[in-house]
Ligand binder design. Structure first.
Ligand SMILES: [Zn+2]
Length: 274
């Protein structure tokens, strides 16, 4: 985990903090070896300590100086959990901070709003994982975050990975359409559809349709879908209208806006909020 420093109302990576510190007279005086190629032997914390000490502050007590005057830190995990990916304000390095759940939603939203194709996006994620520089026109900060945290962060129910969102979108469109299909109770007690749906004739047990969905998409589980686990896959669907039982049918309020996330493998821009 890279450490970072707060300075002048911005976030600096350790390298850029060092570069700043090494240019300060107080640091140069305290460490004459800096000029003789010995810089790598001197820790960033020690340079900072000398700088603040020379200016009458207590290195052991960060409250004695203002981060507007001298850097404060180091802080672990890129400054900690934040609502967006944090990058060094000087060199742009990704600081590998974890995201809040709002932050994760923000990343997915930025990805959805972009015109970047899924193929390009995934290629960028791969590039970023390999430590390669991303092209300037990519939504680099988002890609870097997804590449760094990826699936490891998805224990936060009910968040989904980008790959899951992409895989689930077609099946969730069908699931959503199925919610509008009326059902009746058959003599057997099973719930069956009362009109034809896709290739399923009227009278098909609705659970057979769920199982067909699961067979078509290994990522999909009807049980999870009913619990709202995939809310957000269809970007503007209503996460609370998830039940497929008859009680909730017909209560759907908002019709969805046009403009979907994935269309034939391309991410499509949603209408921007102004
Ligand atoms: Zn930097």
């Amino acid at each position: 985990m890279p450490e970072c420093y707060i300075f002048a109302a911005d976030v600096y990576c350790e390298d850029c903090t060092r570069n700043h510190l090494m240019e300060q007279d107080e640091v140069m005086i305290a460490f004459p070896d800096l000029m003789g190629g010995g810089a790598h032997l001197i820790r960033t914390e020690d340079m900072l300590a000398e700088l603040v000490r020379a200016n009458g502050c207590d290195p052991e007590n960060p409250a004695t100086w203002d981060s507007g005057d001298y850097p404060k830190g180091p802080e672990a995990d890129g400054g900690g959990e934040a609502d967006s990916p944090q990058n060094c304000c000087v060199c742009g390095a990704f600081l590998e901070n974890p995201l809040t759940s709002d932050g994760y939603e923000y990343v997915l939203e930025q990805v959805r709003m972009s015109d970047v194709s899924v193929e390009v996006l995934l290629a960028d994620v791969t590039r970023s994982k390999a430590g390669l520089k991303l092209p300037d026109d990519s939504i680099a900060a988002m890609v870097e975050w997804l590449a760094f945290y990826g699936d490891d962060d998805m224990n936060r129910e009910p968040r989904l990975t980008l790959n899951q969102v992409i895989a689930l979108e077609p099946i969730m469109k069908r699931w959503d359409a199925l919610r509008d299909v009326p059902t009746i109770e058959a003599a057997s007690g099973a719930s069956v559809i009362d009109i034809d749906f896709e290739d399923f004739p009227k009278g098909t047990d609705i659970e057979d349709i769920w199982h067909a969905f699961e067979a078509d998409c290994p990522e999909f589980s009807a049980g999870e879908a009913m619990q709202g686990r995939y809310a957000g896959v269809l970007a503007d669907s209503d996460p609370y209208q998830v039940a497929l039982d008859g009680r909730n049918r017909g209560r759907r309020g908002n019709r969805r806006r046009p403009g979907r996330m994935v269309d034939g493998g391309r991410l499509v821009s949603r209408p921007r909020q102004s």
